[in-house]
Design a protein around this ligand. Structure first.
Ligand code: ATP
Ligand code: MG
Length: 268
């Protein structure tokens, strides 16, 4: 109680000082934000790290739940009433995944993430393993072209999030029966890593192309899409000094290319 009283007294004193100096007192929410920002940066950073580690672990668990639900769905006849239950498990696992991705992104505030050398070619394998049960269930063939020396300096979890979203989008754009081509390569001069995810899905109408990176823009609202995937992905790539390019032909398919600065900038 005395701690509260002390804080209250300190807050009042601070407001008096502000009024005395002719400044308008900051509104309570601004003062709260100030106190959180200035309070204990080290502790906040630690909390962010813990959140990321926790989110990473939960993300693996969600991937397992989603993978097994997808496999069980494949083995369950259309007339089986348990199909509906499995579909709920699957869609809820996906929803949890999206919520987790958004939380991780917000918790990091886009700053202070540890950058380490990341091999984008290997990272693509990791992410493909997450989406392959769903791709298999949709009879989608994955074509893979390998790239040598595709290292960037970055945050592995964030970059995984980018390619996970691109691959999930590709699966949804195809629906059933199609091809996803995944490739990474080093640019000719060795300064950039180009990672490409192309699908033979529904494509994006020309008029919508410039809206797909907007927050909450989704054509998948009915099936639980939040419209944050590309918004968050582009933010991550921009913070890594790169860009996301898109080409699409309605009815034929879409190709996303993520361009990132290579680790050494000189291929060495
Ligand atoms: N490969 C693709 N083919 C066709 N349309 C796409 C593709 N990728 C994205 N889109 C379009 O862009 C929209 C936004 O994509 P985004 O990943 O931001 O959100 P979402 O997939 O709808 O939802 P969320 O990722 O939050 O679950 C999609 O709803 C879809 O209309
Ligand atoms: Mg998406």
């Amino acid at each position: 109680m005395s701690g509260n009283a002390d804080r209250q007294a300190a807050a009042e004193k601070a407001m008096q000082v502000a009024s005395a100096s002719g400044q308008a007192a900051a509104p309570p929410e601004a003062r709260l934000a100030q106190s959180v920002t200035g309070m204990d940066t080290a502790r906040m950073a630690q909390l962010g790290l813990l959140t990321s580690e926790f989110a990473h672990e939960i993300s693996n668990i969600i991937a397992t739940i989603n993978g097994y639900a997808t496999m069980l769905l494949q083995d369950t006849p259309a007339a089986d009433p348990r199909r509906g239950h499995l579909e709920i498990v699957q869609s809820e696992a996906r929803r949890a995944r999206r919520a987790l991705d958004t939380m991780t992104q917000l918790a990091r505030g886009g700053k202070g993430t540890v950058r380490v050398p990341v091999d984008i070619d290997r990272l693509l394998d990791d992410v493909l393993a997450l989406v392959s049960p769903e791709a298999d269930a949709c009879r989608i063939e994955v074509k893979r072209a390998r790239g040598e020396g595709c290292r960037v300096l970055g945050c592995e979890d964030e970059l995984k999030q980018v390619f996970h979203n691109l691959l999930v989008n590709a699966v949804h754009a195809i629906g059933a029966g199609g091809t996803i081509s995944v490739a990474a390569e080093l640019s000719g001069d060795g300064t950039q890593v180009l990672a490409r995810v192309a699908d033979t899905g529904c494509g994006i109408p020309a008029g919508e192309l410039d809206r797909i990176f907007e927050a909450f823009h989704t054509t998948r609202g009915q099936s639980g899409g939040t419209g944050l995937g590309l918004f968050v992905s582009r933010d991550i790539v921009l913070r890594h000094g790169g860009e996301v390019l898109v080409q699409s032909t309605p009815g034929k398919g879409t190709a996303f290319t993520v361009v990132l600065p290579a680790e050494s900038g000189g291929g060495g």
